[in-house]
Design a protein around this ligand. Sequence first.
Ligand SMILES: C[S@@+](CC[C@H](N)C(=O)[O-])C[C@H]1O[C@@H](n2cnc3c(N)ncnc32)[C@H](O)[C@@H]1O
Length: 236
Amino acid sequence: MGMIEYDRATAESFRAARELPLASLTAWREVLTPFLVPGTTVLDLGAGTGLFTRAFREWFDVEVIAVEPSADMRAVSGEEMLAGDAARIPLPDGSVDVVWMSTVVHHVPDLAAAGREIRRVLRDGSVLIRGVFPGRTDRLGLLEHFPEAARGLARFPTVEGVADGLGFDVVSLEPVPQQSAESLRDKADGLRRDADTLLRGLTDEEFERGLERLRHAAATAPSAPVIDYLDFLVLS
Ligand SMILES: C[S@@+](CC[C@H](N)C(=O)[O-])C[C@H]1O[C@@H](n2cnc3c(N)ncnc32)[C@H](O)[C@@H]1O
């Protein structure tokens, strides 16, 4: 199945370490605005602990339906979410306008099955993907400090692999910035290894060395905000 098990402990770590304040995601709000026009029904597929479910409700005048396979992620989210996954979406045919998948697509074991299911529930809209793709990680700070994380990244599907696998066409692809932490020190202090697929793939030694690098960098640039870029892939 997926790359990691989202049990209760992982869900708690994810909530603590990976959820960002909405103010850190203003560039994401901007790129999503043309798609999430008032009256849109958006499916947050693999909604996790509900970061974007809450963001969309706050930012846009849209209806958000959240689907998440892990009972623990659903419970920790505190949001109303449906049990399901990309290949089993518990919604009627043609019931949503937009499908949103944030850092989910690399967990999907059968992209073709997911693509069929997404087509079934989509009325006529787009699939919006936030993610990390092999070969496009120049501005992902994690890899600077934890270079061995590239090993896990190599197993993620490429942009073409995702589009072809799901059976959709690429409409656009652009890196979008986010403020991942207020400083490298905050980043180091808040890091939770079990909340990140790439960090979980490291040996203890690799992780400790990376943490040391990160703390060293934090000591030399203590107050610079940490900006990372993830890709925004639009398919239709
Ligand atoms: C890294 S978390 C991202 C959560 C949320 N989308 C966010 O950006 O905060 C990945 C989520 O994908 C879910 N997931 C794993 N396999 C999935 C699948 N086959 N279909 C849908 N979601 C899946 C996991 O349970 C987990 O909640």
